[in-house]
Design a protein around this ligand. Structure first.
Ligand SMILES: CN1C(=O)N(C)[C@H]2CS[C@@H](CCCCC(=O)O)[C@H]21
Length: 122
């Protein structure tokens, strides 16, 4: 059965495109994230991501990664698992936390968004 590799090009239902370009045998990987939508009104740019995944004899590994947005001061962390269906189609089922930068600690309570998001191969 095809092992679910994170390497390659992925997209989600928000139109974001993610390219996991390289990983090492300790499970570390890195890549880029190109979002098509943003909560800010700044011009969107490609942003770097770094993460790690379970290695060893794992068919459907769990993983986590961080996107440090290059065009705004927020950060998103993703956690999830790669699944392969009986036709070999892979999906990344994830949840994320988006931490926006706020100007004062009084606004800290409203600074973190949470959501679910799934990726399929581009
Ligand atoms: C497009 N998105 C996407 O593909 N997500 C899974 C969610 C969680 S990261 C967020 C985009 C944040 C962009 C930077 C900002 O607006 O602060 C949204």
């Amino acid at each position: 059965p095809p092992q679910c590799s994170l390497l390659g090009l992925w997209q989600n239902d928000l139109g974001s495109e993610m390219n996991i370009s390289a990983g090492n045998n300790a499970g570390k990987f890195f890549g880029t994230y190109l979002t098509k939508v943003s909560a800010t009104h700044k011009p969107i740019a490609v942003s770097p991501l770094r993460g790690s995944q379970q290695m060893g004899n794992v068919k459907q590994p769990t993983f986590g990664f961080t996107v440090t947005w290059s065009f705004t001061d927020s950060t998103t962390v993703f956690v999830g698992q790669c699944f392969v269906d009986d036709k070999g189609k892979e999906t990344l089922q994830t949840m994320w936390l988006l931490r926006k930068k706020v100007d004062s600690i009084e606004d800290n309570w409203q600074a973190t968004l949470v959501g679910t998001n799934n990726f399929t191969r581009l």
